[in-house]
Design a protein around this ligand. Structure first.
Ligand SMILES: Cc1ncc(COP(=O)(O)O)c(C=O)c1O
Length: 403
C-alpha cells in the first residue's frame, strides 16, 4: 500500500465524513502564533487570511488566551437567565469604543446581522409607524452578510442562495456605492439600509469617495437607520477602528464579530442607540451562549488588545507599506491592486487559484475570492520586517505565475 502523509490522511478523513461546503487549501494546520501557522508536517506559513479577519490581534494573543484561561477556571456559561461579572465591563468598553449607548452580544456574525435586521424592523414598527409586516430593508448588490436563510435570500451571489429558497421578503437590492439609487429606493416603509463600508467577500470593493457621507445624509433626512456591517472591516482592519471613520461618519448601528474575540471563541454584537436597542424587552430576542462569561471575558480582552496596542494605526502603517510594494508588481494579467489598511487585494484577468497554491508552497496562506481576486489580510501587528519577508514570497509567486 502506498505511504500517505499525515496531511493526506487528515484531508481524506474530513473529506469522507464532512459536508463539502468548502474548498480548503491542502494544508492541515496544527498550531499557530502571531502571524504564523505551522502544519502537521512542521512547515511554517504566514497567515495572510487571518480567518477572514477574525485574527486581527494575531493567533493566540497572550492576553486574550490568559483572559480565557482565567475565566475557564471560574465559570464559562451562565446563560442570560442569570447575571455574570464579565458582561457589564465588556458591554461598557464596546459602547465606549463604538460611541453607542447599548450593545447586544451574540455569537456568529450572521446571528448579529439577523439581530440587526430584527432591531431595525422593531424600530420601524414602534417608532416609524410602519404597518405590521411591511418593514423594508435596503441592501447592496454583491453583499456578503452571512449564511442564514434570511441573509442568503438577499444575496446576489447565486452559489449562496440557489437551492435555499424561498427567500424572506422585505429586502430590496440596489447597486453598491450608488447614493442616488439609495435615495430612489427609499419608500415610506423603509426602516434601514444594511451595507458593508468595504465589500470584503466580493473582492475588497471600495465604494466611491463621499458615498458613506451621502448615505449618512440620506438616511438622516429620510429617517432610515444606517446599519454598517463592520464584521470584517471593523476593529482596525482597514487602518481605522471602524471603516466608516474614513469619512468621519457614524452609522446608527454597528454590527461587529470576527476580531471581537481575537479568534478564540465566536463573539459578535450589535451596537446602537437606546432608541433602537432599548426596544427589545425580555423574551423578544436571546441566545444561550451570547454574552456568556467566557465570551465576555474573551471579548473584553480582544477589544482591549486592539485599543491598547494601537492596532488600527499599525494596520494603516503596515498596510500602506505593503500596498506600495504590491503596486510595484508587474504581470501581464494583473488588473488592479487595491485596499485600505491591511485589507488588500490583487485582481487578475485570470483565475488565481494556481497563484494561491504556489503561495502556499512558498509558505504564505491566502485565499481567492470570486475566482480572479486574491485577498491579503494578515494580523494587524505584523511587523515591517515580516511584511517585507512576506512580500518577497508574493513577488516570487507572481513572477512565476504563468500568463
Ligand atoms: C461583512 C460580513 N458580514 C457577516 C459575515 C458572517 O460572519 P460569520 O461567518 O461569523 O457568520 C461575514 C463573514 O465573512 C462578513 O464578512
Amino acid at each position: 500500500m502506498p505511504m500517505t502523509s499525515k496531511t493526506d490522511r487528515h484531508i481524506a478523513l474530513a473529506d469522507k465524513y464532512g459536508a463539502h461546503n468548502y474548498h480548503p487549501l491542502p494544508v492541515v494546520v496544527a498550531r499557530a502564533r502571531g502571524p504564523f501557522v505551522w502544519d502537521v508536517e512542521g512547515k511554517r506559513y504566514f497567515d495572510f487570511l487571518s480567518a477572514y479577519s477574525a485574527l486581527n490581534q494575531g493567533h493566540n494573543h497572550p492576553k486574550i488566551v490568559a483572559a480565557a484561561k482565567k475565566q475557564l477556571g471560574l465559570v464559562a456559561l451562565t446563560s442570560r437567565a442569570f447575571h455574570n461579572e464579565r458582561l457589564g465591563p465588556f458591554l461598557e468598553l464596546l459602547c465606549k469604543a463604538t460611541g453607542m449607548e447599548r450593545a447586544l452580544p451574540m455569537n456568529s456574525g450572521a446571528e448579529a446581522v439577523e439581530t440587526a435586521i430584527k432591531a431595525m424592523r422593531l424600530w420601524g414598527y414602534r417608532s416609524k409607524n410602519v404597518p405590521a409586516g411591511k418593514a423594508e430593508i435596503i441592501v447592496c448588490s454583491e453583499n456578503f452578510h452571512g449564511r442564514t436563510t434570511t441573509i442568503v435570500g438577499f444575496s446576489s451571489d447565486r452559489s449562496s442562495s440557489e437551492g435555499f429558497g424561498p427567500a424572506t421578503p422585505g429586502f430590496k437590492t440596489i447597486p453598491y456605492g450608488n447614493a442616488a439609487a439609495l435615495e430612489k429606493a427609499i419608500g415610506p416603509n423603509t426602516v434601514g439600509f444594511l451595507f458593508e463600508p468595504i465589500q470584503g467577500e466580493a473582492g475588497v470593493i471600495i465604494p466611491p469617495e463621499g458615498w458613506l457621507t451621502a448615505v449618512r445624509a440620506i438616511c438622516s433626512e429620510k429617517r432610515v437607520l444606517m446599519c454598517a456591517d463592520e464584521i470584517q472591516t471593523g476593529l482596525g482592519r482597514t487602518g481605522k477602528l471602524f471603516a466608516c471613520e474614513h469619512e468621519d461618519v457614524k452609522p446608527d448601528l454597528y454590527i461587529l464579530g470576527k476580531a471581537l474575540s481575537g479568534g478564540l471563541y465566536p463573539v459578535s454584537a450589535v451596537c446602537a442607540g437606546d432608541e433602537v436597542l432599548g426596544l427589545f424587552t425580555p423574551g423578544t430576542h436571546g441566545s444561550t451562549f451570547g454574552g456568556s462569561p467566557l465570551a465576555a471575558a474573551v471579548g473584553l480582552a480582544a477589544l482591549k488588545a486592539i485599543l491598547d496596542e494601537r492596532l488600527p494605526q499599525k494596520s494603516a502603517k503596515t498596510g500602506a507599506y505593503l500596498k506600495s510594494q504590491l503596486e510595484t508588481l508587474e504581470h501581464p494579467n494583473l488588473k488592479d491592486v487595491r485596499g485600505r489598511g491591511l485589507m488588500l487585494a490583487l485582481e487578475f484577468k485570470t483565475r488565481v487559484r494556481p497563484l494561491v497554491e504556489s503561495l502556499m508552497r512558498l509558505g504564505l496562506l491566502a485565499k481567492d475570492t470570486h475566482e480572479n481576486t486574491i485577498r491579503f489580510a494578515p494580523p494587524l501587528n505584523l511587523t515591517e520586517a515580516q511584511a517585507k519577508e512576506a512580500f518577497a514570497l508574493i513577488k516570487k509567486a507572481v513572477v512565476d505565475f504563468p500568463s
